[in-house]
Design a protein around this ligand. Structure first.
Ligand code: VNL
Length: 390
């Protein structure tokens, strides 16, 4: 026990020393981008890396006299690996900012390193409400599941959906989605017939869907992380759930733009709520989508790409605002309160919570120019994370 504490103390002081050294460093500014580049969450890593590189290509790699260096590491979405990589990036590479974080457990595993080393940790993907509370150095540019779920629970009962079964991945964001969707449905006079949770790793949706079929709700509400939506859709349709009169609704993770176009006819009409659609009709988004698809043929930017792109914006502007001097605390201060137009629409980083405030859109899957898109039909403006007020 004593030995362990000693090793821990040495490791922590190494982190603290490393953080001090990075201030006095040369002319490079290092961003350690930790992403799942392989394994179950690999699409998230690919989207964010592509978006970060696009941002750099468009905005140059020199900011306030500093040369930006992006160091990409693959954590395979295993939190212990994320943590080790974060530690190495801080101690050995002396990065100025940690960024990325494909899933909630990876973001949480890194929080203590951000705190100890006073390194801003920009969360570009993970979306459990509590993440920003795990370290005062965490800033988020993705979204939160309570943000997305509440808007859908306000829409559903007004549109003939009163009885719902929820089906979520059994970890942080899924539990947030289940809780906030359910509470709001009940508040709006709806009923939750059952709440089902499916494992994050290697999920088999079949037995759960069979149960839903038997329960015959008006709709099935789904949260699964980016990359798992196509499997849910396939099994939902294979079981004839739609023909049995059960609607599929969910947060936009299930009709993920990375996979949507290959989901087929059966996806048409599915309503979801989310902060980003590739089809978001703004000049800023059109420019972003065009540039992204040109740089990455065959790949459509999804909400993960936007989280990465905007995260780079937040880092660049913080460095510019601190005139290239940026130590961790100064950078963090310059990240708080940033307000700008993202491809998703207007967004800002709440200075109090360091979390993203943004529009949540209601969307329906439609065919446009021969492809499937999430077409926005309503918006709830400037949504703060409802998970923070409790
Ligand atoms: C998380 C949330 C991950 C939403 C996701 O995809 C997602 C997370 C990888 O917080 O772990 O779509």
């Amino acid at each position: 026990m004593q030995k362990r504490n000693f090793i821990k103390a040495v490791a922590l002081s190494a982190i603290a020393v490393a953080a001090g050294q990075s201030l006095a460093q040369d002319n490079t500014f290092k961003i350690g981008l930790i992403l799942p580049m392989t394994g179950q969450q690999a699409t998230t890593g690919r989207q964010i890396e592509a978006a970060a590189k696009l941002y750099m290509a468009q905005n140059g790699d020199t900011v306030a006299g500093k040369k930006i260096q992006l160091i990409v590491k693959d954590d395979t979405s295993i939190p212990d690996v994320t943590k080790r990589l974060a530690q190495e990036l801080v101690v050995n590479d002396k990065v100025n900012v940690l960024a990325g974080f494909g899933i909630t457990p990876s973001a949480l595993a890194t929080a203590s390193i951000a705190t100890q080393s006073k390194t801003p940790q920009v969360v570009m993907a993970a979306a459990t409400s509590s993440i920003t509370e795990a370290s005062p150095y965490i800033v988020r540019t993705s979204f939160t599941l309570p943000q997305a779920s509440v808007a859908l629970a306000d829409w559903a009962p007004k549109n003939g959906i009163k009885k719902v079964v929820t089906l979520v991945s059994d970890y942080g964001p899924g539990i947030d989605a289940e809780k906030f969707f359910k509470e709001r449905m009940l508040f709006n006079g709806g009923t939750i017939v059952d709440s089902l949770r499916v494992p994050l790793r290697n999920p088999d949706f079949a037995p759960f869907l069979q149960k839903v079929r038997d329960l015959k709700p008006d709709a099935l509400f789904v949260f699964v992380p980016s990359g798992a939506g196509a499997a849910v859709m396939k099994q939902f349709l294979e079981r004839g759930m739609d023909k049995a009169g059960i609607k599929l609704i969910g947060t936009g993770d299930v009709t993920d733009d990375d996979q949507l176009n290959d989901m087929g006819e059966g996806a048409l009409g599915v309503v979801t709520s989310h902060h980003y659609s590739t089809a978001h009709p703004s000049a800023t988004n059109k420019k972003f989508v065009d540039a992204f698809t040109k740089a990455n043929p065959g790949l459509r930017p999804n909400f993960m790409a936007v989280g990465g792109y905007d995260g780079m914006r937040v880092i660049y502007e913080a460095l510019r605002a601190t005139k290239g001097q940026g130590g961790g605390d100064a950078l963090l201060a310059a990240m708080k309160g940033q307000i700008f137009e993202s491809p998703r629409g207007p967004m800002f980083i709440d200075a109090q919570t360091r979390d993203v405030v943004q529009n949540i859109y209601l969307r329906k899957v439609e065919r446009k120019d021969g492809q499937l898109y999430n077409i926005e039909f309503d918006v709830v403006k400037d949504v703060k994370d409802p998970g923070k007020s409790r």
